[in-house]
Ligand binder design. Structure first.
Ligand code: C5P
Length: 233
C-alpha cells in the first residue's frame, strides 16, 4: 500500500465548511479521512458522502458500545454507507463484537472493516484498577482485548504506536493496526504523550496512521502532509 493510502487525516472540526476546506485541499495527499463523534454529530452522513464523492476513503470513528443487536444494526448502517473502516469498543465483549462483524455481512457487498478499540490511551493503570476493577496491567489487558477482537471476527484494532509490536506478535500479520498518537519531529506534541514519529510507526508495523493537528494546524497543511508522506515512504 502507498504511503498516501496509509495516511488518515483526523477531521476534528465542527462544521461541514471547515471539513470541506480540509478535504478539498488535502484529498490528493491523504488517502483516508477520519470522521469522529464531534463532526458526525453536527453534520451527519453528508460528510461521508462528500469524502466519498472526492474518491477518498472514510474511517468512521464512532466507537460503538451497546447491546449486540444494536451494534449489529449500527454496523449494518455504516457498512451500507460504504465506509472503509469503523470501530467498536472491545470492552463491549465477544457477543457485541460478533454482532459488529455480522452487521457487515448483513450489508450487501460491503467492503467495510471493523476495528476494536482496546484501552483508550487516556486511561492508565489507575483507571483500570480503581474505576473498572480490572486487575491486569494495561499492557496485558490491551493484548487480551486485541485477541478477543480477533477471535470475535474483527479485522483489527486501534492502538497506541507503542503497542504495535506486541499486538503483531499475538494477532498476526493480517490483523490491521491503526494508530493515532503520531507526531513528526518538527510538530508540536499538543496533548499527545506516548507518541511516535510517522516513520517509527510504519517501521513498527502500523497499517494506517491517524494524524490531525500536525497537518490541520500547520502553516501550510499540504506541505505538512507531503513532508509526512516522504517520512513514511
Ligand atoms: O490531532 P491529533 O493528531 O492528536 O489527532 C489524533 C486523532 O486520533 C484524534 O481524532 C483523536 O481523538 C484520535 N485518537 C487518539 N488517541 C486514541 C484514540 C483516538 O488520539 N487513543
Amino acid at each position: 500500500m502507498s504511503a498516501q493510502n496509509k495516511l488518515c487525516l483526523a477531521l476534528d472540526v465542527d462544521t461541514f465548511e471547515d471539513a470541506k476546506a480540509l478535504i478539498d485541499s488535502l484529498q490528493s495527499s491523504v488517502g483516508m479521512f477520519k470522521v469522529g463523534k464531534q463532526l458526525f454529530t453536527r453534520v451527519g452522513p453528508k460528510i461521508v458522502d462528500y469524502i466519498q464523492s472526492k474518491g477518498s476513503e472514510v474511517f468512521l470513528d464512532l466507537k460503538f458500545h451497546d447491546i449486540p443487536s444494536t451494534v449489529r444494526k449500527a454496523a449494518y448502517a455504516v457498512s451500507d454507507m460504504g465506509v472503509a473502516l469503523f470501530n467498536v469498543h472491545a470492552m463491549g465483549g465477544k457477543d457485541m463484537m460478533e454482532g459488529a462483524a455480522q452487521g457487515i455481512q448483513d450489508a450487501e457487498s460491503s467492503k467495510s472493516k471493523v476495528l476494536g478499540v482496546t484501552v483508550l490511551t487516556s486511561m492508565d493503570q489507575e483507571t483500570l484498577s480503581k474505576d473498572l476493577k480490572v486487575n491486569d496491567s494495561v499492557e496485558k489487558y490491551v493484548i487480551h482485548l486485541a485477541k478477543l477482537a480477533k477471535f470475535s471476527g474483527l479485522n483489527g484494532v486501534v492502538a497506541s504506536p507503542h503497542e504495535i509490536k506486541l499486538i503483531r506478535e499475538h494477532c498476526g500479520k493480517d490483523f490491521l493496526i491503526v494508530t493515532p498518537g503520531i507526531r513528526p519531529e518538527w510538530a508540536n506534541k499538543g496533548d499527545q504523550k506516548r507518541i511516535m514519529t510517522p516513520k517509527q510507526a510504519i517501521e513498527a508495523g502500523a497499517d494506517y496512521i491517524v494524524i490531525g493537528r500536525p497537518i490541520t494546524k500547520a502553516d501550510d497543511p499540504v506541505i505538512a502532509a507531503e513532508k509526512i508522506l516522504q517520512e513514511m515512504a
